[in-house]
Design a binder for this molecule. Sequence first.
Ligand code: AVJ
Ligand code: FE
Length: 442
Amino acid sequence: RPGEDAETLRTRVAGLLERSRARSAVLTDVDEAELTTQHSPLMSPLVWDLAHIGSQEELWLVRDVGGREPLRPEIDGLYDAFQHSRSSRVELPLLTPSEARTYVAEVRDKALDALGASPLRGRRLENDAFAFGMIVQHEQQHDETMLATHQLRTGSPLLHAPAPPRRSTPLGPAEVLVPGGAFTQGTSTEPWALDNERPAHVVDVPAFVIDTYPVTNGRYAEFVDAGGYDDPRYWTERGWAYVREAGLAAPQFWQRDAGGDWLRRRFGAVEPIVTDEPVVHVTFHEAQAFARWSGKRLPTEAEWEKAARFDPATGRSRRYPWGDDEPTHLHANLDQRHLQPAPVGAYPAGASALGVHQMIGDVWEWCDSGWHPYPGFEMFPYPEYSEVFFGGDYAVLRGGSFGTDASAIRTTFRNWDHPIRRQIFSGIRLARDVRPSDQQGA
Ligand code: AVJ
Ligand code: FE
């Protein structure tokens, strides 16, 4: 933060480290079998995520920044995500749950020593506590991954949270016209932005129209009930081949009750779907097909970011939709506070300057962009965070979900995943080209 002295920064970082660890503790406060079971071949056993969190912290904070001796060099390979696929991790000689807990606590002690001893400037890795910010975000990212594992597990509920806020003000217009012109995408100043968000660069984005709110369950159910999954006209060739082969017929975790109404399983509880809540657990292919059925399309990444942060009054790009201040519970549904998306319109204080709601939090939003570096990209600090994935078979997701921590999301944050993935908290926001009738001030 501007003008923050090293001691204040240290205290803030220590607080964030503690907060991420408290969340990891909640997500792993389950019995041994739950921790060591493979709930899905798409996911690691929870105990792998836990020790992997410690392993990355040891690598970057204890060994690199702290310059200390390795605690457990012999387990580095076990927790290297590139050496072992998620589906194979359950077969490895992993630390037991109690060993993993001891390990992450020992690493944390030494990381806090390193925090106390670091000048938090000088080396690029230490500037503004970047390495610590990266590790806070890394733990929070794995906490979101563990939350997805919890969603995949079957059995009675283990996690509980209060309901999200209801909508208390009338819904606005369904769409927002975003004026054409240059805007600044990405960042060169956000201290904890990861390499793929950098550098700031000016892009010209022609005028387009974006939906004010994410797509709801109610609207998505209309697509399902209209036979959307049985009509190849809505799907790309690839999407159609996949949806047939995988036998998809609705978002993941949806099922019909005896009367034909939609229910959904959420963290072990089966409930009726709420029609005004953002749809979640859809693949990129489903998002695209839904968009085509609606007569619209998905936004590009640049469009999404402009709608989220461009302030037409100043021409500036904001840090968050609502301004430069960090998220509070009034701005966005984040931090695993509610464990479900909030109804559309529930966060009026979080709207962007252009009037687009819930771009941060609730559900990740698929963009019609592949995973590519920005012009001027420089890998930092390791190629396996972003670089090795560039050009692969991925689509970009933006904005974070109810499972994302505030420290790990901002308007510049870029996530990516395979177009067939939907165990993540992925949803949809629609966009479209401008039509002549829009110019009359719609
Ligand atoms: C940026 C969310 C795609 O979870 O695979 C975690 C983040 N990188 N450990 C992921 C990450 C290394 C990454 N995503
Ligand atoms: Fe990781």
